[in-house]
Ligand binder design. Structure first.
Ligand code: HEC
Ligand SMILES: [Cu+2]
Length: 413
């Protein structure tokens, strides 16, 4: 027999292992709940459903683990024999074998039943509460074969969640069909509490994955496809997440957060955001007009052949000025920055060549096309490129002078 001290190192290393594991778990103890089951937060029913389903199945697992393990330990201790004992030969035990087969099957049935009971809460959004934001019925961001997750009454705050390298853009659906004037934000989504929020998840470039662990499961953001999920938060707070699909170099910095505030605070935020977007769009338009005016001024000083129109009466001269330089003060872009017109010396090709397309046309037609450019779209050109603001950015006199000038320039009347 070797001295018992030779067992010391083994005992020490077991002790060391236990201490090490405890030390590793200690920092996690604050969020120890997350260590066992998926996170949930803010009172959103889907995440709570996922978590409680997980805990149920975890409970069944514990019963099996401790049941089988306990039985094993009990058997080992009870039937242990000393050295040299002759083992009993056992050939099958019907009751035992049927028992563990039926037992396991029953357990699977139990797990399926509990899962199906929980599925509705996880998958199907409830209506917004009375204390939530009252939201319209339409869902604006809707494409692809999948069906959006909508509550029974069809009303939700729909937000388009668009993954792009390396940030998330949130666009809030509204009731008009113009998606360019919608409120949007990046990285942080602000939502009202007690309101069902339906998400249309998309991607611009590569695949991303939307995941705010406390608010439910992951959803892939796939280019060209829309995925849908939802949440309904009852407790104000900030819920954080991160892109969950390696999408490139900046993947680690592709953060997301959802900030839940009261419906009143949300309305304030929404209105502020809308105003800020409008202001910056106005500023951008003004800057654009400045550049166009600068270009037009340069164009004007460039030598042009003396055309008959230049010597025309005052109204016609005004018309030419508007055509070449626009009216920057009111945001009327110069026609000549997009159209060719020989008499005005402009050679731009963004829109149709007016010398060609207006030949033989009436002044009324020219006026109508200037006022309502999207009524009839010229073949080979896109809508919404020609400004539709000439009805307001030009005075009636300016408009008439402009139309007369173009008519005379093209049709020589
Ligand atoms: C930003 C570029 C742009 C500006 C500025 C612009 N247009 Fe246009 N215009 C277009 C485009 C593009 C089309 C063709 C698409 C359409 O019909 O809306 C067009 C179409 C037209 C047409 C119809 C042509 C046809 O085929 O029947 C007329 C007339 C016209 N423009 C006149 C004007 C006048 C007059 C002005 C200045 C008051 C002006 N445009 C300013 C881009 C512009
Ligand atoms: Cu990503």
């Amino acid at each position: 027999m070797r001295p018992s001290t030779s067992f010391r190192p083994a005992k020490n290393s077991i002790l060391f292992g236990i201490v090490l594991i405890a030390a590793l778990l200690l920092p996690a103890s604050a969020s120890f709940a997350d260590f066992i089951a998926p996170q949930s937060g803010g009172g959103t029913p889907n995440a709570e459903g996922i978590r409680s389903l997980y805990l149920w199945i975890f409970g069944f697992g514990c019963v099996v683990f401790f049941g089988v393990g306990g039985l094993l330990i009990w058997t080992v201790l009870k039937y242990r024999s000393s050295k040299g004992a002759v083992a009993v030969r056992v050939h099958g035990n019907n009751r035992l074998e049927v028992g563990w087969t039926v037992g396991a099957a029953l357990l699977l049935v139990l797990i399926s039943v509990v899962t199906f009971l929980k599925l509705d809460q996880i998958k199907n959004p409830p209506n917004s509460s009375a204390s939530g934001l009252s939201t319209p019925k339409n869902v604006a961001f809707n494409s692809g074969p999948a069906k959006p997750s909508l509550p029974p009454n069809g009303r939700s705050l729909n937000i388009d969640v668009n993954g792009q390298q390396y940030l998330w853009r949130y666009t809030y659906a509204d009731t008009d069909t113009n998606n360019l004037n919608n409120v949007f934000s990046y990285e942080q989504m602000v939502v009202p509490t007690n309101t069902t929020v339906s998400l249309s998840i998309r991607a611009l470039d590569v695949q991303h994955s939307w995941w705010i662990p406390e608010l439910g499961g992951k959803f892939d953001a796939v280019p060209g496809y829309t995925n849908y999920t939802w949440f309904k938060i009852s407790e104000p707070g900030v819920y954080k997440g991160q892109c969950a699909e390696l999408c490139g170099r900046g993947h680690a910095t592709m953060i997301a957060s959802v900030k839940a505030v009261s419906p009143d605070e949300f309305k304030l935020w929404y209105a502020g955001q809308k105003a800020a977007i409008l202001t910056s769009e106005k500023e951008a338009a003004a800057a654009r007009n400045k550049l166009i005016a600068k270009d037009a001024a340069a164009l004007k000083t460039a030598p042009t052949s003396e055309s008959p129109a230049a010597a025309a009466p005052v109204a016609a001269a005004d018309g030419k000025k508007i055509f070449v330089a626009g009216v920057p003060a009111t945001g009327a872009l110069a026609c000549g920055s997009c159209h060719t017109l020989g008499a005005a010396g402009t050679k731009a090709a963004v829109g149709p060549n007016l010398d060609v397309v207006l030949k033989g046309q009436s002044a009324a037609m020219i006026k109508a096309s200037t006022l309502y450019p999207n009524k009839v779209i010229s073949k080979g050109y896109a809508a919404n490129i020609m400004p539709a603001n000439y009805g307001t950015s030009l005075t009636k006199a300016q408009l008439d002078a402009l139309v007369q000038y173009i008519d005379e320039a093209v049709n020589g009347k």
